[in-house]
Structures are given as structure tokens and as C-alpha cells.
Ligand binder design. Structure first.
Ligand SMILES: C[S@@+](CC[C@H](N)C(=O)[O-])C[C@H]1O[C@@H](n2cnc3c(N)ncnc32)[C@H](O)[C@@H]1O
Length: 428
């Protein structure tokens, strides 16, 4: 209900204090139900509509969400008996004081439990409408991805979004690995980076090293983007919270000075808590109008974006976002990019990045700001990726697949990570 009505993010809510009293198993089930419902929402709604005597647009939100949770269990979770799933949804409706709807919820779920033909999905979906239906994505997004990446790749993105993504981690000290293994956390090597690891089993959030910040959860694509900052002596990170990329740079450059800014004071405080390092200074500031006159040899603008490259982690985004949001995001990104660029020292570099797959937020921003402006050049990210491979940090063998023109571009489903875009601009 909070995801729908307060624009909250499920991944943040599920890690809030209210969940601390749940056992690991119950927390796991709560997480599965919330993410399952968000990932498959349009498929669940279609099933509910097929069995409901009333249009689903007319149902109270509590009733509809209780039904979705029930249908998700009937269709996707093999170990929950149908009777238990139906009963729990009926109890949820009662708890939400919608007693008059209990008979209705019971009847819809019983009907769907008796005939589960609705669960089958067309395997050979190739049209935008069929892909959108089969993989529970809004059609406008699927149409854009088919146009941009081709049908096969659009299908891979959709498929990836519908699965629980791997938890990737960054070891801030190499010794931590042994400690995690001793705590029954099984790790596999990183797919993109040699110093990343992927959690195979075990609860990392209970590990001492995690609580002490010696190991951080960070998608490998985000780690790779941060690695493009390389070695330097002064970094301005102008959209920095919660600080995952600030922290990569600070660890790789212990003698550097780092200034990390975020618009929201509470997010700046979060960064301060998470990135504990003497050489990182945190301020609350608006990147569109930075209260800074100094120049930096690295500036990072990891701008606020639609997040369409992270739908496996944040499935609610696909139901919230609409095409009209993209021009607004583009305008904000252009302003932040221009303001960040003004802080780059001669010979220094700006790294612009998003976790969006949309051209308006990626290539179009770079083109709008840099086209025809003298004194700046776009650096070929492939050269930086080769450097990372030569230094033994890049594990991914196929460098061309990570680039799109001079830019870095990861695509979920083609790469085993979130979808990120990054551009390096040098002040010549
Ligand atoms: C994509 S997130 C940054 C993630 C971060 N770089 C990391 O790797 O952990 C974008 C951040 O920009 C902040 N933000 C949004 N508008 C901003 C602005 N005008 N100035 C500065 N920060 C802004 C948001 O609060 C958010 O924390």
C-alpha cells in the first residue's frame, strides 16, 4: 500500500526497522510476496479481472492488493498450499476492515485456484503487446526497447527484470572474503569485475563485516561505472547519496580529497553514515547551482533518473513512470551536467552516468550539452575498459558488448547486472 500510495520503494521499506522482528524465513517470504506482486502486477490483474464479477478499477486498493498477493502465491509459489494462500488473503481483507469483501475475495481466488490456465504464458511472444503481456511490462517501455535494442534484446531485458537479481558485493578489504566464508556466506567470483563477488547463499545482512561497512552491496555495473573515475587527486561527486560510487573512488584514492554533495540533507546524512572516511567531506547542495568555485580533476554526475535499468530491483518503477516524465528528467539532467562540467579543471574529466536505458536521459543529454561547445572532448570508454582489463580488474571478456559508441552501456539480460549508461568528458 505504501509503495502504491506514497511512492515508497519496496527495497527500502523491506529493510526498515519494522521488519527487524521478523525471522529470516518470514522476512524472505514477505520480500518474495512484495516483489512478486510488483514484478507480475499486470499478469495478476488480468487473472483477477478474468474471475471477478466487478471491474478491478472499482475495487478498493486493500481488496485488490490482497487478491494480488493470493493470486501470486497460487500462480508462482509452489510450496504454499492454495487453501493457505486463499485464507491469508481473506484474513488480510478483514484486517484492512473490508469485511464485506471477504466473500468476494474468497470466490475469486477459489475460481482461479480451480483452473490455473491463466498461469501459462505465451513462450514465443515477439510483438510488443505479447512481450508486454507475457513479461508484465508496460507496452510503451517494451516498444521503446524494441526500437532501441531490437526484439531479442528487449525480450532479454524483460526476462531479466522478472527474476530476483543476484546480490553483488564489493570487498573493501580482501581479508573480508575469508570472514564471510566462515560466516557461511557462499560467494562466487564477480562477472564484470575481478574484485567483485556474487552472493550464492547465506544472509549477508547479518554478517559483522557488513554492519561495519567493510563489505558493501553494490551492483557490478555501478562498481564498473565508478571504476571509470580511475586515479585522481580531487573528486567532486555532485549527486552522491547513498555514496556507493563515492566510496569506490575514496577507497581507490586514499590520498585524494573528495567532496560529496546531495540535494537532500537527510540523504547527505545517510551518505556520511555509510561512507566513513576522513578524506570524504559531505555537503547538502543543489548540483544545479553549486555553492563551489573550486575546480576538480574528476567530477561525477550520477544524476537522478528514471531507473529503467534497475527494474529487477525496483519493479514498482515500471508502473509509476510514464513517457511524459522523460522530457522533465532530461531537462534536469542537462542542467546538472552543465553545472558539473563547469567545475572540471583543465585536463580533468566529468563522468556522467544514469541507471536508465532511455536515450533522452543518456546519449541525448551528452549531445545537447557538448555538441558544438569548444574545449571539451568525449573520451572513448573502450580505452578505459582496456586499461581496466590490462590492470586485471575487468573480468568481462567482451569489451565491445559493454560499449555503445564512445559510451559505456550495460543492458540487463545481456549482461548479468543493472543497466547503466556512462560517458566520460574531458576538458581539453
Ligand atoms: C542516482 S542517485 C545517486 C547514487 C549515488 N551516486 C551512488 O552511487 O550511491 C541520485 C542522487 O541525486 C540526488 N539529487 C537529485 N537531485 C539533485 C540535485 N539537484 N542536486 C544534487 N543532488 C541531487 C538524489 O537525492 C539522489 O541521492
Amino acid at each position: 500500500m505504501r509503495v502504491e500510495h506514497e511512492d515508497a520503494f519496496a527495497s527500502e521499506l523491506l529493510h526498515s526497522k519494522r521488519f527487524e522482528r521478523l525471522s529470516t524465513a518470514d522476512h524472505g517470504l514477505a520480500t518474495e510476496l512484495v516483489f512478486g506482486v510488483l514484478r507480475w502486477r499486470s499478469r495478476l490483474d488480468a487473472a483477477i479481472a478474468s474471475a471477478s464479477s466487478q471491474p478491478i478499477a472499482k475495487l478498493d486498493a486493500e481488496v485488490l492488493n490482497s487478491l494480488r498477493i493470493g493470486v501470486y502465491q497460487l500462480g508462482w509459489l509452489e510450496r504454499v498450499p492454495a487453501r493457505a494462500a486463499i485464507n491469508e488473503s481473506v484474513e488480510l481483507v478483514k484486517a484492512a476492515r473490508k469485511r464485506s469483501a471477504t466473500g468476494f475475495v474468497n470466490a475469486v481466488l477459489r475460481k482461479l485456484a480451480a483452473d490455473r490456465g491463466w498461469r501459462n504464458r505465451p513462450h514465443e511472444a515477439t510483438t510488443p503487446a505479447a512481450l508486454a503481456e507475457a513479461f508484465a511490462h508496460p507496452m510503451w517501455l517494451v516498444e521503446r526497447w524494441i526500437k532501441e535494442f531490437g526484439t531479442d534484446n528487449a525480450r532479454k531485458i524483460c526476462e531479466y527484470d522478472q527474476q530476483t537479481p543476484v546480490t553483488a558485493i564489493r570487498l573493501r578489504e580482501p581479508e573480508v572474503e575469508k570472514e564471510l566464508l566462515a560466516a557461511d556466506i557462499e560467494l562466487a567470483p564477480g562477472a564484470l569485475l575481478t574484485d567483485a563477488r556474487r552472493v550464492v547463499s547465506g544472509d549477508l545482512t547479518k554478517a559483522k563485516a557488513f554492519h561495519e561497512g567493510r563489505v558493501v552491496i553494490q551492483d557490478e555495473a555501478s562498481q564498473l561505472v565508478a571504476a571509470l573515475l580511475g586515479r585522481a587527486s580531487r573528486l567532486l561527486d555532485c549527486c552522491a547519496a547513498p555514496g556507493s560510487k563515492t566510496s569506490v573512488f575514496a577507497d581507490n584514492n586514499p590520498a585524494a580529497t573528495v567532496l560529496a554533495a546531495d540535494l537532500h540533507p537527510h540523504r547527505a546524512r545517510l551518505l556520511q553514515r555509510l561512507v566513513r572516511a576522513d578524506h570524504v567531506h559531505v555537503i547538502a547542495a543543489d548540483a544545479r547551482n553549486l555553492p563551489i568555485t573550486a575546480y576538480f580533476d574528476r567530477v561525477l554526475a550520477d544524476v537522478p533518473c528514471s531507473g529503467t535499468g534497475t527494474l529487477a530491483r525496483n519493479p514498482e518503477i515500471k508502473w509509476r513512470l510514464c513517457p511524459d516524465d522523460l522530457p522533465d528528467l532530461h531537462a534536469r539532467q542537462v542542467t546538472i551536467f552543465s553545472s558539473a562540467l563547469a567545475r572540471v579543471a583543465p585536463g580533468g574529466r566529468l563522468l556522467y552516468s544514469t541507471c536508465s536505458l532511455e536515450r533522452e536521459e543518456d546519449e541525448a543529454v551528452i549531445n545537447e550539452v557538448t555538441n558544438g561547445v569548444p574545449g571539451y572532448g568525449v573520451v572513448d570508454c573502450a580505452a578505459e575498459l582496456h586499461n581496466l582489463r590490462d590492470s586485471g580488474r575487468l573480468a568481462w571478456p567482451d569489451i565491445p558488448s559493454l560499449t555503445s559508441g564512445p559510451f559505456l552501456r550495460t543492458i540487463p539480460g545481456l549482461h548479468p547486472c543493472d543497466g547503466f549508461f556512462a560517458a566520460l568528458i574531458e576538458k581539453t
